[in-house]
Ligand binder design. Structure first.
Ligand SMILES: [Zn+2]
Length: 280
């Protein structure tokens, strides 16, 4: 019985979740032949691959998931905050309401993959140059190197970081998928804690070695969690994420949290990660 949850409930999906989910979808679908593809509310109004078409690949890039078909069609979904892919065996009950399904993929062994609530769903054909680039493909082009890949180009990441506004706070920079793909809300807080840097530090105050160390830690944390499915950054758990009011495992100070629109909820230790100097 296959079942996977690319999602998350209520948080930004992290790149490791999508990367792992892509692996599960790949195992369930690649090499199988389509019996039905239902794309609901596809604004581009395309005809999809015909029944019988083979699914040839499932790839993840940051929070984008690309399903490729033998006839050149590509189904592109972006999970943003709400989306999730589930895989169900024949006859298995869906765990989310049917009306929230955006894509239903059925293959010849009875497996069904359902994408729920993804804000971006696009079906296109590779090499079809007649269209203006779609929203999803423009997002994908701007995407930074994927921190889940073992050979990620950290020089490129550091270069992209330098292109942000100097007063961008580190927390926002870490979530910015144009710098590097893969960091969501959980790792954002955990990486800052691991590096003893306040998430509110303007990036202009971080020197080059610190920037590099932060993204090396990001890569380490994301790739360390790929195999297990359990998200662990510190002593078999998380250090600060969703631990407001508890003690910092390093120094014992009380963990704080703050919520805002741009960076979502952020957790940190005020003693290990002192606030940056106030602006004059
Ligand atoms: Zn601390």
């Amino acid at each position: 019985m296959t079942r996977c949850d690319v999602g998350h409930d209520g948080d930004v999906p992290e790149g490791d979740t999508i990367f792992r989910a892509a692996a599960q979808l790949r195992a369930a679908l690649v090499g199988k032949h389509l019996t039905e593809l239902e794309v609901r509310r596809d604004t581009r109004g395309r005809r999809g691959p015909e029944p019988g078409t083979e699914i040839t690949a499932v790839d993840a890039a940051g929070k984008h998931l690309l399903m490729r078909f033998a006839d050149g069609h590509v189904l592109h979904t972006h999970m943003q905050m709400t989306g999730a892919w589930h895989v169900y065996g024949a006859g298995q009950r869906w765990r989310r309401p049917g009306h929230t399904a955006r894509v239903v993929v059925r293959v010849d062994d009875g497996t069904t993959a359902v994408c729920f609530a993804a804000p971006i769903v696009e079906l296109r054909r590779d090499g079809d140059g007649r269209d203006r680039p779609s929203r999803a493909s423009r997002m994908l082009e701007r995407l930074g190197p994927d921190l889940c890949e073992s050979d990620v180009d950290l020089d490129a990441v550091i270069g992209r970081l330098a292109s942000l506004e100097p007063d961008t706070e580190l927390a926002a920079a870490l979530l910015d998928q144009r710098v590097a793909a893969g960091i969501g809300n959980v790792f954002k807080s955990e990486i800052c804690w691991a590096e003893r840097v306040s998430p509110f530090t303007p990036i202009v105050d971080l020197d080059e070695p610190t920037r590099r160390r932060i993204y090396e830690t990001a890569r380490f944390q994301l790739t360390s969690n790929l195999a297990t499915g359990r998200r662990t950054t510190f002593a078999n758990g998380l250090a600060v994420y969703r631990k407001a009011g508890r003690r910092c495992p390093r120094c014992g100070a009380t963990i704080m949290s703050r919520r805002d629109r741009a960076t979502r909820s952020t957790y940190w230790c005020p003693r290990c990660q002192p606030e940056p100097r106030p602006a004059n």
